[in-house]
Design a protein around this ligand. Structure first.
Ligand code: HEC
Length: 196
């Protein structure tokens, strides 16, 4: 593969010229160790990036049943599509952020918001350390669903975008029930056939 040959020779400049249209990708020579800080916790990334980004995507298309039948909303203007596209991109890259080594689950001193139902951040960290593959697979599921949303957006296909919204929600919930509230006590009837 041309890209890997270029990286292994470390001749970034010459390769950037050779690679033509791929040259605009960031080329990182192997001898250079990039520095980054993980200031935000997983909880912060959820609240600041992933949750608002998911809202942009979910709220872009909706169907509401009323007395006059079903009304729907969907992105119409270029600006509407741009906004929801930003949401999908933030979800994709937000999923990547969850994989960065050194990111803590919550800030020092923060505890569980609902002890008994939601694990303490230290317990979540233990679960992630025990099964990093499951954590990685779940971020992957979110990234892939968000990537599908991006493709629906680029095709300006609001029906497909609506359907993908459910896949995104499943990706959120699968990870939350595994790593955040595995001991959640469900209200009676919840999850039962015919229940909610
Ligand atoms: C790979 C796992 C994973 C995925 C995928 C994931 N989350 Fe989370 N999320 C967590 C964990 C772990 C916590 C609990 C962190 C804590 O507060 O200790 C959390 C917490 C949250 C919180 C609470 C933040 C706060 O301020 O207390 C929100 C909101 C949230 N997630 C939304 C989402 C949404 C929306 C999605 C999908 C679009 C999503 N999450 C996908 C792991 C995940």
């Amino acid at each position: 593969m041309r890209t890997s040959i270029c990286l292994s020779t470390g001749a970034a400049l010459g390769c950037a010229l050779l690679l033509g249209h791929t040259a605009s990708r960031a080329q990182v020579p192997q001898s250079f160790a990039p520095r980054y800080v993980t200031a935000a916790s997983v909880r912060d990334v959820m609240a600041a990036i992933i949750d608002p980004a998911a809202d942009e995507v979910w709220e872009a298309v909706s169907f509401t049943d009323g007395v006059d039948g079903t009304t729907s909303t969907a992105p119409r203007t270029d600006e509407d599509w741009k906004r929801v596209r930003r949401g999908a991109l933030a979800l994709i890259e937000g999923a990547n952020l969850l994989l960065m080594p050194g990111r803590r689950v919550a800030q020092p001193g923060e505890g569980s918001a609902a002890p008994g139902d939601e694990l303490h951040p230290d317990e979540i960290a233990v679960l992630i350390r025990k099964d990093p593959r499951a954590w990685s697979n779940m971020t992957d599921a979110l990234r892939r669903a968000a990537d599908e949303a991006l493709r629906a957006i680029d095709a300006r296909d609001s029906d497909r975008l609506f359907d993908v919204g459910e896949r995104i929600e499943i990706a959120c919930e699968s990870c939350h029930t595994r790593f955040w509230y595995p001991n959640q006590r469900l209200p009676p009837g919840y999850g039962a056939p015919g229940g909610q």
